[in-house]
Design a protein around this ligand. Structure first.
Ligand code: 4NP
Length: 154
């Protein structure tokens, strides 16, 4: 069992999509017993809220249900509970590395780098347009497939 945590800034736009898309691909591959996944935000401004309606609608359009998700802030315990903690952008990764408790075995990595070998951010779409959300969705689809392939072949 691999526990994977997806982390962005607010846990309402990007990381809910990263989590939901990865879960859907894991389920489609029949590998649900091998993965636990969750998402969190570096900040807690939206804690307890559902994902952004733009992410929810876009995911639903692709047959992915984000309705069970609720935003939460990253917590020290997450570094004990998760094997792989993926920051959606480099600011998120810096935040996570600054929090990393001594002795934690969690791997903190940039999402697109861990998934696809790309040293690139998933851009924050919060103040953006529908096409910015679509770009996030398609990046997360590719990244999830990359992540899953790597884990299957690991
Ligand atoms: P996310 O987007 O990090 O992809 O969830 C954001 C959501 C909320 C805020 C910033 C980014 N905010 O400033 O409230």
């Amino acid at each position: 069992m691999t526990a994977v945590l997806f982390v962005c800034l607010g846990n309402i736009c990007r990381s809910p999509l990263a989590e939901g898309i990865f879960r859907a691909q894991v389920e489609a591959a029949g590998l649900s017993a091998q993965f636990f996944m969750d998402s969190a935000g570096c900040g807690g401004w939206h804690s307890g809220e559902p994902p952004d309606p733009r992410s929810v609608a876009l995911a639903a359009h692709h047959g992915i249900d984000l309705s069970a998700q609720k935003a939460r802030q990253i917590h020290r315990d997450d570094f004990e509970r998760f094997d792989l903690i993926l920051g959606l952008d480099r600011d998120n990764v810096r935040h996570l590395k600054a929090m990393l408790p001594k002795g934690s075995h969690a791997q903190v990595r940039l999402y697109l780098e861990a998934a696809l070998g790309l040293h690139k951010d998933v851009p924050d779409p919060y103040y953006g347009s529908a096409s910015d959300f679509e770009a996030v969705f398609h990046l997360c689809e590719k990244a999830s497939a990359g992540l899953l392939n790597q884990r299957i072949n690991a």
